[in-house]
Design a protein around this ligand. Structure first.
Ligand SMILES: Cc1cc2nc3c(=O)[nH]c(=O)nc-3n(C[C@H](O)[C@H](O)[C@H](O)COP(=O)(O)O)c2cc1C
Length: 303
């Protein structure tokens, strides 16, 4: 079940997605993180952020809508109060970063690179819940400019780039990210959406528009992974973390067959915190049933 991302070996391909398991793996109160391939931190910004006004999350029949707005204590707080906890976390840790300018991303990337226990850094250019969250991720030229500034600061840490599917075809964005030095891609973040309470005549979340996650977005995420793998990532030999709407092991297996090397789980952990461990076990049984020696033999097999 071992896989490799940017030269770092993960025990298995199951990754907890950014912002869904605490600031740095607080979900370990409920589950044994040694059973997982990696966890991703909350996206950390240069300065502290309060995030959006509550109500920030709401349940939907096929998923969830959220507009947290990147609430976090900032990189100095993360370095002092959270990063030291990595010593107690026995799995690979991906440090997620976000920003509103090239300078702010670079500032956070520099600190993340130097923190002990952070194995890879994920650049979140795909948050739909802040006014500037999609600024870099939605334009390949801007994305390239940003990543070319960040990459040299990540001297010892591989760079993952997390993209949004909000603009439909993201192959040009994936291509730009890889050419600017991405060692892996995470596909996808939540998708801008809205839900309305017909009695109060108000949106379910205070911000109105938020990010949709969970089973409703899964087929979109599979399509994106399929296209990016086939047309961009396979030839460049860049691994993809397929993320979006995994609830059952079959959803994770679909991502592998579409071209993902690893899979990210977010919303499902809110339903059942140990679901990721169950999915890891069932994926392993699937690999054996396929008669494969490694899960990597199954990557992209739908093509
Ligand atoms: C409550 C919540 C908070 C999130 N926070 C972040 C974040 O800080 N950074 C980020 O890159 N993605 C964040 N995401 C997006 C997830 O990491 C993931 O890409 C998305 O939810 C799709 O996966 P899922 O359908 O399995 O949840 C968040 C998602 C949710 C539901």
């Amino acid at each position: 079940m071992q896989i490799t991302l940017g030269g770092i070996t993960l025990r298995n391909p199951v990754v907890l997605a950014a912002g869904t398991s605490g600031v740095i793996g607080e979900i370990s109160d409920a589950i044994d993180l040694r059973e997982l391939g990696a966890i991703t931190t909350k996206s950390i910004t240069a300065e502290p952020r309060d995030g959006n006004q509550p109500i920030r999350m709401a349940d939907l029949p096929k998923g969830m809508i959220n507009a947290i707005g990147l609430a976090n204590g900032g990189i100095a707080d993360f370095a002092t109060n959270y990063a030291p906890k990595s010593k107690r976390i026995d799995t690979t840790i991906i440090g997620s970063i976000a920003g509103d300018s090239i300078e702010s991303y670079v500032q956070v990337a520099k600190v993340m690179n130097d923190l002990e226990g952070i194995d890879l850094v994920e650049i979140n250019v795909s948050c739909p819940n802040t006014s500037d969250g999609l600024e870099f991720g939605s334009c390949p030229t801007k994305l390239s400019e940003l990543l070319r500034e960040i990459k040299p600061t990540l001297q010892t840490t591989p760079m993952i780039v997390k993209l949004s599917a909000a603009c439909g075809d993201i192959r040009p964005h994936a291509d730009a990210a890889i050419k600017a030095g991405a060692d892996a891609l995470t596909l996808i973040n939540t998708i801008p959406a809205m839900a309305i309470d017909v009695e109060t005549k108000k949106p379910l979340i205070t911000r109105g528009i938020g990010g949709l996650s969970g089973p409703a977005i899964h087929p979109i995420a599979v399509r994106v992974v399929h296209e990016v793998y086939r047309d961009v990532a396979r030839n460049a030999n860049i691994p993809i973390i397929g993320t979006g709407g995994i609830l059952h092991w079959e959803d994770a297996a679909e991502f592998i067959l579409a071209g993902a090397t690893a899979i990210g789980i977010g919303t499902a952990s809110f339903i059942n915190p140990s679901i990721s461990i169950k999915i890891a076990k069932k994926l392993s049984a699937w690999v054996k049933r396929q008669g494969c020696r490694s899960i990597t033999d199954l990557i992209g097999q739908v093509h």
